[in-house]
Design a protein around this ligand. Structure first.
Ligand code: NAD
Ligand code: DAU
Length: 350
């Protein structure tokens, strides 16, 4: 039985990763450490509450004493580190927590991993540090996609904090030999994404007949990756990745924001039988400061070395994503109204 620690397992990607591993790795025991910030929702794993292969640990990655306790108690075979503050706009209005969680929290977790390997010499261990393509900065429209060799050039406080955490992760490998693998992926979408990010925000605003805010002229390009593809890549990075290496993970689906919003309008209209086109709700609003114009990932190394290639097309997976939100309106409404936070309060205040 592999004992795997997933940090941030109640957030968007973490929730999908917990489910993916639970389904595809029957001999792995999952420990989910999550502080349940606004972005964490323990209800995502209600079905696993009494499952012998899943355990939820409510706690903060900046809490060294807690990390020491759980590493000693469970002797993890590996870590998937996803806990983070993840929203660029929030990092612009309030950067400090991004340093605390993304930089300091990662440092504390690396320390805990290092102590663990020192206490168990010879025991297999791997630390997958989950990061973003935003660390590479902004690409021009004619420039080649980011490779693992692209120099770091972060634009936002979010991407600067992730870049810093990547450097610490690499440094812990080079200096202390901690078996760290760094993954840098593009924009994820799919079930359980908090409706502050473009795709779920637009879906829900269409359903509510609200304005659809498009920053600037909607020309910024992102490389969209379906979250299930990302989960597969992370498991491959854990199983096959070489310590000290970086693996870029992209969906190979570059779209500008206006194309994404148009696709969402047309698909939601089709699925809900809405007569008047939702495109009429589009509003071009003030641009995000420091808004990177384009991200695109070259995944050649990842494909060759760990055998990962995205399988989901944007069209099909976008349609699946909309279906998930339409079928799970109770989840969506409890997140929109903040009701899930009251549930967390009741559950965890003692
Ligand atoms: P998210 O915001 O949906 O979830 C983050 C999770 O981390 C939440 O459950 C939250 O409660 C938890 N958390 C926050 N601070 C914590 C702390 N101090 N201690 C313990 N838990 C804490 O984020 P996401 O979109 O799922 O992203 C997960 C990871 O993937 C992040 O590291 C992010 O930088 C990276 N990433 C995300 C994307 C994307 O498109 N969403 C793309 C590239 C990389
Ligand atoms: O590239 C990976 C990154 O993708 C991750 O590291 C981040 O955690 C994740 O949040 C995401 O960052 P983005 O800033 O690209 O995602 P977001 O959904 O916020 O925005 C996507 C694009 O849509 C971006 O160009 C800004 C634009 N946008 C966003 C919102 C919320 C709008 O035009 N209107 C909006 O209301």
């Amino acid at each position: 039985m592999e004992k795997i620690l997933i940090t941030g397992g109640s957030g968007f990607i973490g929730s999908n990763l917990v489910k993916y591993i639970h389904k595809n790795k029957p001999d792995w025991h999952i420990f989910n450490l999550d502080a349940l910030t606004y972005a964490g929702n323990p209800r995502n794993h209600q079905a696993l509450e009494n499952d012998s292969r899943y355990r939820f640990i409510h706690g903060d990655i900046t809490d060294s004493a807690l990390l020491k306790k759980i590493f000693t108690e469970h002797e993890f075979d590996g870590v998937f580190h996803l806990a983070a503050e993840s929203h660029v706009d929030r990092s612009i209005s309030g950067p400090e927590v991004f340093l605390t969680t993304n930089v300091m929290g990662t440092f504390k977790l690396l320390e805990a991993g290092l102590n663990h390997t020192r206490n168990h010499p010879g025991k297999a261990f791997k630390f997958v540090h989950v990061s973003t393509d935003e660390v590479y900065g902004s690409l021009g429209f004619d420039e080649p996609a980011f490779t693992e060799e692209t120099a770091y050039d972060p634009s936002s406080p979010y991407s600067a904090s992730k870049a810093s955490s990547d450097h610490f992760a690499k440094a812990y490998h080079r200096t202390y030999g901690l078996p760290v693998v760094v993954t840098n992926c593009s924009n994820n979408y799919g079930p359980y994404q908090f409706p502050e990010k473009l795709i779920p925000l637009i879906i829900l605003n269409i359903l509510d007949g609200k304005a659809l805010p498009v920053y600037g002229k909607g020309e910024n390009v992102r490389d969209w990756l379906y979250v299930e593809d990302h989960c597969e890549a992370l498991v491959r990075a854990f199983e096959k990745g070489n310590p000290g290496e970086t693996y870029n993970i992209g969906g190979g689906e570059e779209k500008n924001n206006l194309q994404v919003v148009h696709a969402l309008c047309d698909l939601v209209d089709q699925k809900t039988g809405r007569k008047k086109s939702s495109r009429e709700l589009i509003r071009f609003v003030k641009d995000r400061p420091g808004h990177d114009i384009r991200y695109a990932i070259n995944s050649d190394k990842t494909e060759k070395s760990i055998g990962f290639k995205a399988r989901f097309s944007f069209e099909k997976a976008l349609s699946k994503t909309i279906d998930w939100y339409l079928d799970n309106m109770d989840w969506t409404r409890s997140v929109q109204t903040g009701e899930y936070q009251q549930w967390i309060q009741k559950q965890y205040s003692s």
